[in-house]
Design a protein. Structure first.
Ligand SMILES: [Zn+2]
Length: 173
């Protein structure tokens, strides 16, 4: 193989790799509304997006992941959902998580940094805002402080952090 052939070979291989990368990184193609029904009618959701609610939810994409619970991708603001959690998780928890994550979708649309590393998770202003709104909705549903505390508790949160978060959202510990 002469140098020209070698370079041509390398370029071809690079193209092929780029193509594969592009295929893998095609992004989420599933739509939120196909999996989460009637959320556009929920007043807590309308409280987040106002008259833009239908528009936002109609354009919101969802990607199913194999770990964790739910989240928002901070590159384009789509929803990330663990398919197994959606199938087997507590329905009230899932509902509250969707409300919480939609708060992050709104924050993303406003240009806020969702993963501001200057703060710990429970101290992050975007998290506190989303949790406050979610707890307000949990109270409206009639959930007790104990039940809300159970909801706030996750296996990766320390007791100290849970207490801090409970204080921020005014839930009795
Ligand atoms: Zn959050």
């Amino acid at each position: 193989m002469n140098w020209f052939e070698y370079v041509a070979f390398r370029i071809l291989r690079l193209f092929r790799r780029l193509h594969i990368t592009r295929l893998i990184r095609v992004g989420p193609t599933r739509m939120f509304m196909d999996y989460f029904k009637d959320y556009e009618k929920v007043s807590a959701v309308r409280g987040i997006f106002g008259e833009k609610t239908d528009d936002v939810l109609r354009n919101l994409k969802v990607e199913f992941i194999g770990f964790g619970y739910m989240g928002v991708d901070n590159t384009d603001g789509h929803l990330l959902v663990n398919a197994r959690y959606l199938k087997n998780g507590d329905k009230t928890d899932i509902y509250l998580d969707v409300v919480h994550e939609l708060c992050h979708v709104k924050q993303f649309m406003e240009g806020k940094e969702l993963f501001d590393e200057r703060y710990d998770y429970v101290d992050r202003p975007t998290e506190v805002e989303a949790y406050r709104y979610t707890v307000q909705e949990a109270r409206r549903l009639g959930l007790s402080d104990q039940r809300i505390l159970d909801y706030l508790k996750t296996e990766w949160m320390s007791q100290e952090d849970l207490k801090k978060l409970a204080k921020y959202v005014q839930v009795d510990c």
